[in-house]
Design a protein around this ligand. Structure first.
Ligand code: CTP
Length: 398
């Protein structure tokens, strides 16, 4: 199931169009797919090639491009996105939108769509303050169009005032707010995932077999419900899901620091397979055979228990802390004891004994242990477990 959301970005013809190239990058950084549309005037400021390269997508420019029509008609194009963003929205584009013109690709897409629209106006301050633009803006707001900016400041034309396009991070934030409609909208969740690598020397490390699949699926399911997710991941073998803020770490101590830095959060889900031990006498140069035939002696030190540490915070403790327990016997008894020992609210326990096929497999059978007792879920795919957990988290935080 793809949870990636798509933005149709209409770039109007104004000096601020150069910022729209950065906007494409920032939107992609946040996990959005971006389909750029350039007006003929926009092409005076940015090239279709740069927009296409940054978006890694085809750029649409011409209403009467028959190849495009064969591949995807303009009606379909206008409805293929989760949100249409017009940036910069020039005075002319706003006027066309307000009056329902459809004489080029951009205006036709805007008239044909039933997708929500966000505009980032940019124009000279006199044009912005002109009664015609005020009327158009009022019409657009009444039509349900969302706006971001313009900002006040010096303008390319040498004047000062309102009319500068909003800064790119503010447009990205407005995009996220416009799309935040799930039960976890406005919630922040920290998720740990994957294994940790504990160095022995600069070229060797101790690791475990965690793929990061379950943590990744949980993060994706939380994003799909509208949460902002800080995804703190060790070197996993599956890529992070779109739409999360990725913090890549290697060691348990780096993971702990990254989790602390990501707080405050409404919930924490600790799905990482954190190494319990690190090598205390890790070498800063590659260890060499000394010819004596005696292997080096590794000394171990205990790593921080991230789940226990976060659970015991007095300030900044997430309202809901969820841990995992992989057990091979007496699953419920061991996991119930682990929940008490670590001080977390929920433990998702699973039986990873040989023969269950769960370790490294695509399915999972979990028992949710909370104040309410132990509740065993039917065996299902790891994606389905993730969606079920995300739903339960949404209910608990509601
Ligand atoms: N965990 C953590 N930091 C650690 C070790 C574990 O945050 N240093 C988290 C894991 O992400 C998981 C939970 O604690 O959510 C369970 O860890 P587990 O290794 O199973 O528990 P242990 O305390 O090691 O208990 P045992 O050795 O009995 O399995």
């Amino acid at each position: 199931m793809s949870t990636q959301r798509r933005i149709l970005l209409i770039i109007g013809g104004g000096i601020a169009a150069f910022k729209s190239l950065d906007l494409i990058r920032r939107l992609r950084d946040r996990g959005f797919a971006v389909t750029p549309v350039l007006t003929p005037a926009a092409e005076q400021f940015v090239t279709p090639l740069s927009a296409s390269a940054l978006a890694a997508e085809k750029v649409y420019r011409d209403l009467f491009d028959l190849t495009d029509e064969a591949e995807m008609g303009h009606i379909e194009l206008s409805r293929s996105a989760d949100l249409i963003v017009v940036a910069p929205a020039t005075a002319d584009l706003m006027a066309k939108m307000a009056h329902g013109h459809a004489n080029d690709l951009a205006s036709t897409l805007l008239l044909a769509t039933d997708t929500p629209v966000l505009i980032a106006p940019a124009m000279n301050v006199r044009m912005w303050e002109h009664p015609a633009t005020r009327r158009n803006l009022a019409t657009l707001l009444a039509d349900g169009v969302r706006t971001i900016g313009p900002d006040e400041g010096p303008m390319a034309c040498g004047e000062f005032g309102f009319g500068r396009m909003a800064e790119v991070p503010d447009i990205v934030a407005a995009v996220e707010t416009a799309l935040a409609d799930g039960p976890l909208a406005g919630r922040h969740v920290v998720v740990t995932s994957g294994p940790t690598h504990e160095p022995i020397d600069p070229v060797r490390y101790i690791a475990n077999r965690s793929s990061g699949a379950q943590g990744t699926a949980i993060a994706a399911a939380l994003v799909a419900l509208g949460a902002r997710v800080s995804f703190v991941t060790g070197p996993a073998s599956v890529p992070p899901p779109p739409g999360v803020e990725v913090v890549s770490v290697e060691t348990a101590r780096q993971m702990r620091d990254a989790v602390m830095a990501a707080l405050p959060a409404d919930a924490g889900v600790f799905a990482a397979a954190v190494a319990d031990w690190r090598v205390a006498n890790a070498a800063d140069r590659k260890m060499k055979k000394d010819g004596s035939g005696t292997p080096p002696a590794l000394e171990f030190a205990e790593n921080p228990d991230i789940l226990a540490e976060i659970s015991s915070l007095t300030e900044d403790r997430p309202a809901l802390v969820v841990g995992f327990a992989a057990e091979t016997d007496n699953v419920v008894a061991h996991a119930t004891a682990k929940r008490a020992r670590k001080g977390c609210d929920w433990i998702l326990a699973n039986d990873v004994s040989e023969g269950t096929g769960i370790m490294g497999g695509s399915e999972n059978e979990v028992t949710l242990i909370s104040d309410a007792g132990a509740e065993t879920w039917p065996r299902m795919g790891k994606d389905a477990v993730a969606r079920q957990l995300a739903q339960r988290i949404a209910e608990a935080l509601a």
